[in-house]
Write a protein that binds this ligand. Sequence first.
Ligand code: 5MM
Length: 336
Amino acid sequence: MSELNKIALKIISNGKGILATDESTGTMTKRLESVQVPSTSENRLSFRETLFSSSSMKNCIGGVILYDETIKQVSKSKKNIPELIAETGAVPGIKVDTGAKVLSNSINEKITEGLDGLRERLKEYYKLGARFTKWRAVYIISEKYPSKLSIHSNAHALARYAALVQESGMVPIVEPEVLMDGNHNAEACFKKTSEVIKKCFEELFFHKVELNGTILKPNMILPGTNSGQKIDNKEIAEMTIKCLKESVPPEVPGIAFLSGGQSERDATKNLNLINIHNNTNFIMTYSYGRALQQSALKFWSKNIKDVENTQKIFNHRANMNSLAAQGKWTEEIDKV
Ligand code: 5MM
């Protein structure tokens, strides 16, 4: 077993998943201001530290994705944040892309940037304690999108990123996110997501990326938010599994889904059904941002000093998702 494969398995095995707290300062500011909390670096750390010191970290969270600001911060107990996370048994990770920018010659689409100087930044993050990384490419769906240009250029960047990350001794999370926005149906999401993922693996292969030392972070197959299509959760799970079975090489150890704007409950329910019907060898787990943090953030915003009850809310969501990652979740258990 290679070192990278060991790290990947440590992050996603035994009902564990990933806590995505890598919101850039701009996104975190939107999240905090939506609940009337000023976005200071102190407040950003205070909420995140509350999550990282929760008891569910030990059994439910195998990896935490940090943002550049957080990985360099120090906790109230005077510990470096990666150290605080590693003490819970979770692996510290870092978002290394520098954001999605307008794609020339297809101005409605985006290309993710961050390759310049990446090798040097990776060395610094490794020294700070990171052992895995994340890079997110975003794609929109409509009749003519995602364009071939967006599919090719983002896959190329993801592969160059993944190769550099492995060279530096870390596991790359490859995140091609086909957005939920739009009036397309689930069949269109299936078709476009399959095309996007297949292209990513073609490029990863071409760049000689060791597939068993990577984790894929895809969207689930869902109808567009404005489509009005009613679809059964079981159907979502089956289409998602079919898409991944056909598009992901078997060497990849696991898949950690993003929640993408689904409600907390839906993200858990769909993951549970995916695991009940999983007929692949891939570990299927979570790498949720909003679907792990939303309720905790809402409570915390009104009770900033109440660490204990904020953690209770986060622990509940983390436990529910851990059960879902094992196909053991039920509506009954999720009643609070
Ligand atoms: C945590 O949010 C990340 C957003 O980062 P930006 O500030 O750069 O947009 C995002 O990449 C996230 O890791 C994934 O989309 C998963 O989060 P959700 O909320 O979709 O589960």
